[in-house]
Design a protein around this ligand. Structure first.
Ligand SMILES: Nc1ncnc2c1ncn2[C@@H]1O[C@H](COP(=O)(O)OP(=O)(O)O)[C@@H](O)[C@H]1O
Ligand SMILES: [Mg+2]
Length: 352
């Protein structure tokens, strides 16, 4: 269908090779380069094949004018899907249609229909200026020099980059490079956008401005269809109409932020922070009241997902009080998307 992104039963497994010296007595760093080559020639290297299932039967549809967010931690498969949808990587199985075009059979048409923004900084030539980059990428999409120049200047103004337009990209901050990469994806005015960790390196203010621009101009005025890949629950919550939770290549749940939060049927989260690990006895006692999740970092955090009744909360506080455990902080809050993710997978989204 026009102006939609349709992903049906897509799976992808990467095969990578790991090289290891077969003889333990040889330490790789002690062997001089030429010796190492000889050893390789004699076949003394063990080459192990490793398979990683990046996507497992993933299906989704982004309807015209909608913003769909794919929310998951590192390694969930988000970038792999972004690459498949933007025709850069082939799936092992399944089909993807972009603006009605099959990404495998009608690659060029699919490619012209969409713009891809990636959080990596490889989408620009660092030895060129932002304006030169944008003119170049505009020309790849068939824009004339004057069209490219006009569009580039228009966006550079909107994104507050006019002062930087003639400096080399390598001298720009990460956030400024990100903005130029964002503009690059808009040069050919695609109806579909794939935004993969698009706000990496942006400060909170720039991030908010860009979010408002995406919603107000790209979605509301220009009616673009947008697929967002993110590990940030704030991006998912504030930007996306619908959210898909993804973990280790599997879709876990789907819905609006409110629907996902309601789906776990827990309406209160108690977070307890301690400098010391929690003792098992205390954890299992608290476990009688709801799901407990332990996080160990600089602080040890125990999260308890419970129902919102006052007596349960009092009981838990009493158990904590009687435990003589060295507690730093107790926080009682409503669940958010991170808590939903934890409830489904047993682990969080990683740091924000
Ligand atoms: N080119 C590759 N070769 C081998 N494994 C890969 C490759 N790209 C990604 N992977 C693996 O596939 C999984 C999903 O990666 P990715 O799609 O980048 O996830 P995300 O963007 O959600 O962090 C990870 O386990 C990652 O290590
Ligand atoms: Mg990624």
């Amino acid at each position: 269908m026009q102006n939609t992104i349709e992903v049906e039963h897509v799976s992808k497994t990467y095969t990578s090779t790991k090289r290891k010296l077969r003889h333990k007595s040889f330490s790789e760093d002690k062997i001089e380069k030429n010796v190492c080559i000889n050893i390789t020639r004699k076949g003394l290297l063990n080459i192990k094949r490793k398979e990683t299932k990046a996507l497992n039967d993933v299906s989704l549809v982004v309807k015209q004018g909608n913003i769909l967010g794919l929310l998951g931690p590192n390694g969930a498969g988000k970038t792999t899907l972004a690459k498949i949808v933007s025709t850069l990587v082939l799936p092992d199985s399944g089909t993807v249609r972009v603006n009605g075009y099959d990404v495998e059979k009608e690659t060029t048409m699919a490619r012209f229909s969409l713009g891809l923004v990636t959080g990596g900084e490889r989408s620009l030539y660092w030895k060129l200026t932002p304006l030169q980059n944008l003119r170049f990428f505009g020309s790849l999409y068939g824009l004339s020099r004057s069209e490219s120049e006009a569009r580039a200047n228009e966006y550079l103004k909107i994104f507050g980059l006019m002062e930087k337009k003639d400096e080399l990209v390598q001298g720009l901050s990460t956030g400024q490079k990100m903005k130029v990469a964002f503009i690059r994806s808009l040069m050919h005015d695609p109806q579909l956008l794939i935004l993969d960790e698009y706000n990496r390196g942006l400060d909170p203010n720039a991030s908010r401005q860009l979010r408002e621009y995406i919603k107000k101009v790209l979605q509301k005025e220009e009616k673009k269809t947008i697929l967002v890949m993110t590990h940030s629950m704030n991006v998912a919550e504030d930007l996306c109409d619908n959210i898909i939770l993804i973990d280790k290549g599997d879709i876990i749940a789907e819905g609006t932020s409110e629907m996902l939060i309601q789906s776990i049927n827990k309406d209160r989260i108690i977070e307890v922070d301690s400098k010391h690990p929690f003792n098992q006895n205390l954890v299992s006692k608290l476990g009688n009241y709801g799901k407990t999740i332990l996080e160990n970092g600089d602080i040890n955090r125990l999260k308890l997902h419970i129902n919102k009744d006052t007596q349960t909360t009092f009981d838990i506080l009493q158990i904590l009080n009687q435990s003589n455990h060295d507690i730093n902080n107790i926080n009682i809050k409503n669940p958010d998307l991170e808590d939903v993710f934890i409830e489904y997978t047993g682990h969080g989204l990683g740091s924000d």
